[in-house]
Write a protein that binds this ligand. Sequence first.
Ligand code: OFO
Length: 169
Amino acid sequence: MLSKKVEKALNDQIALEADASQFYLAMASWTECEGYEGISEFLYEQADEERMHMLKLLRFVNERGGKAIIAKVSAPPKSFSSVKKVFDNLLTHEMKVTEHINKLVYLCLQEKDYTTHNFLQWYVSEQIEEEGLARTLNDKLKLIGSDKSGLYMFDRDIQKLRSQVAKPE
Ligand code: OFO
């Protein structure tokens, strides 16, 4: 059985993952309209992944005798100033998620909820991957700067870059 504190923190995390999914969807749609096929495909997949993260938490809360709350998602921006800005947003978002996961893990220890602590280890590994990938992509874009042909290749190769960063099971 979840303590009220852990249940509330897990529900906050559900809302955060749902927000991330919606935000990435907005970036996927914008990059698609701007003609970046590879980048938009990558971001559509990221949006799906965030939804999966949200669902996994939701099912866990219900299975452990809590009540998952489906919160309202915030409206993401309609447009973005550049591809670089999109990936800055991605990194900032991932860093925020990592910080929240770490706080959740700490709370589980305080509450002596070792089951949830164990469940969250998957998220800890996932965040290492996601943050690492977001950093790698930002570093590439920094190198590319305003070079249009570099950006063209980045769009073409982004899925290859993703597979170079191994995904956890
Ligand atoms: Fe679920 O926040 Fe990214 O991974």
